[in-house]
Design a protein around this ligand. Structure first.
Ligand SMILES: [Zn+2]
Length: 254
């Protein structure tokens, strides 16, 4: 009779441990199912952002190119004027007029030197913008590749996760059938409040959930294997490690 009680007790503990493993896996799968689309959404948001950046940069580059073209045509115009003035200069004999023309030529040449300087900085700016543009284009290409890989991966995992969830729900139902109702609700209660795991072994008198020794009296009762106990300190459901070989509990749910 005592043996029957123990074997029933052990079965309940086994099923509690199995339930815990099942619930952990369900939790992980649900987390994945929730997070994956969010993660994908963030990646797509980033890719839209990059596309906007590219548009902006391309517009900026067009503007800078227009600036450069304007400078080039201004320089050309001024050069023409300078050439004309220099030709005229040879025909002017009046010294006042001569000096005025030299001043004008100097002025035009000075303005062109400024324009050349400005053109250098405009070209530098353009190179800089083009470099940024190329970097962003590369980032976008990488991201888009990542997104399509992730999508594929997620779709595959979604399918297998849904199938696995069905199996787990089934296993869960079976595990729950064996566990007495009050213990089951105790399990759900502490699971929702404490960090996992909540079904823990007691080894050498120490609760593996909180690493504190349980009172010798409780330990004695625990070793008898007649009723399911909780750790007086952390309230996790405890079992005596001596009742099980390590791999026994590891394999219950798989
Ligand atoms: Zn404890």
């Amino acid at each position: 009779m005592g043996g029957e009680t123990l074997s029933l007790y052990l079965k309940q503990i086994e099923q509690l441990a199995a339930l815990q493993k099942i619930d952990d896996e369900i939790m992980q799968l649900n987390a994945f199912l929730q997070n994956a689309p969010v993660e994908l959404g963030l990646m797509q948001e980033r890719s839209l952002e990059l596309q906007d950046n590219i548009k902006e940069l391309e517009q900026k580059i067009v503007q800078v190119a227009a600036q450069r073209d304007q400078l080039e045509s201004d320089i050309e115009d001024a050069n023409l004027k300078i050439k004309k003035s220099k030709n005229k200069l040879m025909m002017v004999s009046n010294s006042k007029e001569h000096q005025a023309m030299i001043r004008e030529i100097d002025n035009l040449e000075k303005m062109n030197r400024n324009r050349e300087e400005e053109k250098v900085s405009v070209m530098e700016e353009m190179t800089r913008q083009e470099e940024i543009l190329n970097e962003i284009k590369k980032e976008l290409a990488d991201l888009q590749q990542e997104v399509s890989q992730k999508k594929k991966q997620i779709n595959q995992r979604l399918q297998s996760s849904k199938e696995r969830l069905k199996i787990l729900q089934d296993l869960r139902g079976k595990a729950e059938e064996v566990i007495p109702k009050p213990i089951l609700s105790r399990y759900h209660f502490i699971r929702s409040r404490l960090s996992q795991p909540v079904v823990v072994a007691v080894e050498q008198g120490i609760c593996k959930g909180c690493n504190i020794s349980i009172p010798p009296q409780t330990f004695n009762v625990l070793q008898k294997g007649e009723q399911i106990l909780s750790c007086p300190n952390c309230h996790r459901i405890i079992y005596w490690a001596g009742h099980f070989a390590e791999e026994e509990l590891e394999s219950v749910s798989s």
